[in-house]
Ligand binder design. Structure first.
Ligand code: FES
Length: 206
């Protein structure tokens, strides 16, 4: 039988240390909850508005497509501007930074109706985490797959389901992205008698 050691008074420094050990998970949980609340607020209530007017930075001009490629609203063409994947799309309404072509300025074989042709260019790099956005033409599919109900095509990102409204200059209307899609500057040129759309500038990434 061993000799029993006499019990002394509890060590106050060990007691204080064990109390702090219990506080660590509580503080971690509070920090996590605070961060989560901040993210919820940021994602749902602080979507950034596109600049009006946009501040385009010049890029080496690239050809996008003949104007006749955009004969009807929502006709679109993908292209690359200085390494940036982009999309040009014909919109039913003008937005800040869009190219508005009066019927008299268009080639005879384009813009057959009497309305002006409104074209807008957007970066296809999602402002959330950088996946490629696509023009989604089916409002029902957007409502089902992206949880955003509307009445018009949208630019959608399949990675985390952000939705950008081209009629609102690329503003985020759903999903985790906060910043709008950078817009791309388009211009009309005539080459050998053919009306062409070119791109020559882009908003800087957010
Ligand atoms: S990368 Fe587009 S929503 Fe996340």
């Amino acid at each position: 039988m061993g000799e029993r050691r006499p019990e002394g008074p509890p060590d106050p420094s060990r007691r204080a240390f064990s109390v702090w050990l219990w506080r660590i998970p509580v503080l971690a949980a509070l920090a996590g909850a605070g961060f989560g609340a901040r993210e919820v607020w940021r994602v749902h209530f602080s979507k950034a508005a596109p600049a009006d007017p946009p501040r385009f930075e010049a890029r080496e001009p690239v050809s996008v497509a003949p104007l006749e490629r955009f004969a009807a609203p929502w006709d679109a063409e993908a292209f690359v501007l200085a390494g940036l994947p982009c999309l040009a799309v014909r919109l039913p309404v003008a937005i800040p930074g869009s190219l508005v072509i009066a019927p008299a300025d268009a080639a005879a074989d384009a813009a057959a109706d009497d309305d002006a042709t409104v074209l807008a260019g957007f970066s296809r790099i999602c402002t959330h985490l950088g996946c490629l956005v696509d023009l989604n033409l089916d409002p029902e599919a957007i409502a089902f797959a992206f949880n955003h109900r509307g009445d018009a095509p949208q630019l959608t990102c399949a990675c985390h389901y952000s939705v950008f409204d081209p009629r609102r200059a690329g503003r985020v209307v759903s999903g985790p992205a906060v910043q709008p899609l950078p817009r791309v500057r388009l211009r009309l040129v005539h080459r050998d008698g053919v009306a062409m759309i070119e791109a020559d500038g882009a908003e800087p990434p957010p």
